[in-house]
Design a protein around this ligand. Structure first.
Ligand code: GLN
Length: 335
């Protein structure tokens, strides 16, 4: 990612809470104003219905761990969660089976290849390696609680709704559009079976995966979901414990190196936060102990990450002092 968009944004370093509410709100508005003129990228069209979206939509939401809310622009516009679901499904799977079991079955490394790569599976003897791209996510979906396909779908919908603090609904149009065109993901399901990595019916698992990707969310919802991972697994808006603090730590560690597909290294280098993107244009970034920033805008770079959402979150990471790797000597900080 090109660092020049942040050239005039001061690099703030913070190890405590977010700045006060008004300062955060000003910075969220500033990021929205600044990047709403950016028109690079193209809208995803391999899922036909996604191509019909208004490409100029742009929303940003920040939720802190005390439940403070900042919604700007199209923060309440609904879109499909797509790959961002992978982060929360992974959390539900490790909550159910434990960190080591899921690491052995699915892995925790970046494949370095596009999210829909079949070659990544072939190169690794059928081991998906990365739960944040399609093959690994399909294997992870099979691990959520439930013995039948319908029980698994219920636990996914209820689990993601608990993260969001409200009942999430399926976008039927997106689900049907992707179901009609997802031969590649079905092939991946069968390849996983052939390598002994998937033991359920692959068409059922891919169907649940397609549904999970079609859950309808807003940038505001994504920020609440991310803030739950930032708050040791307790939803800061509803007060409900959704997953354990250990699950949050493990999920964020995996997402830090995998969340933006083959651009994950560049993202971590420039922005310094675990974040997950999806092809409908959403990105959510999590700042452990502080909160989460989410943004939505449909134009994507060629890895499938929203251009404006990357810029908006990058701006907030710098200006709010969220980069996990940034520090200054303590005598300079107090001076
Ligand atoms: N449902 C999409 C797919 O399987 C999700 C991909 C994404 O958001 N990168 O292709």
């Amino acid at each position: 990612m090109d660092p020049t968009p942040f050239q005039n944004v001061p690099q703030t370093v913070s190890t405590g809470a977010l700045p006060g509410w008004q300062r955060v709100d000003d910075l969220v508005h500033e990021a929205h104003d600044r990047y709403s003129v950016e028109n690079a990228g193209t809208v995803a069209d391999y899922i036909p219905v996604l191509a019909e979206v208004d490409p100029d939509l742009f929303g940003i939401a920040v939720i802190d761990v005390a439940g403070g809310v900042h919604d700007v622009g199209d923060a309440l516009h609904a879109f499909s969660i797509q790959s961002i679901s992978k982060m929360f499904i992974y959390a539900l799977a490790i909550q159910e089976h434990g960190h080591a079991h899921v690491r052995d079955i699915v892995g925790v490394n970046n494949t370095g290849l596009p999210f829909n790569s079949l070659m990544a599976l072939e190169l690794n003897g059928g081991h998906p390696m990365n739960p944040m791209v399609n093959a690994g996510a399909i294997a992870t979906t099979a691990l959520v609680p439930g013995t039948t396909a319908s029980e698994k779908w219920d636990s996914i919908r209820e689990g993601l709704s608990a993260f969001a603090g409200r009942q999430l609904d399926l976008d039927d149009e997106v689900y049907r559009s992707e179901s009609d065109t997802n031969d590649r993901n079905r092939a991946m399901g069968r390849l996983l079976v052939s390598y002994g990595r998937l033991h359920d019916d692959p068409d059922d698992v891919v169907d649940i995966y397609t549904r999970q990707c079609a859950l309808s969310v807003t940038a505001h919802d994504l920020a609440v979901m991310g803030a739950t991972l930032a708050d040791g697994g307790v939803n800061p808006v509803t007060g409900e414990r959704v997953v354990s603090a250990d699950v949050c730590r493990d999920t964020l560690a995996v997402v830090a190196s995998t969340g933006l597909y083959e651009r994950s290294g560049e993202w971590l280098f420039e922005i310094g936060l675990p974040a997950k993107s999806g092809v409908a244009g959403g990105i959510v970034a999590v700042s452990p102990g502080k909160g989460a920033a989410a943004a939505f805008s449909p134009r994507l770079d060629n890895a499938g990450n929203s251009v404006r959402a990357q810029l908006a979150i990058g701006h907030l990471s710098r200006s709010l002092g969220l980069n996990l790797f940034a520090s200054v000597p303590t005598d300079e900080e107090s001076a």
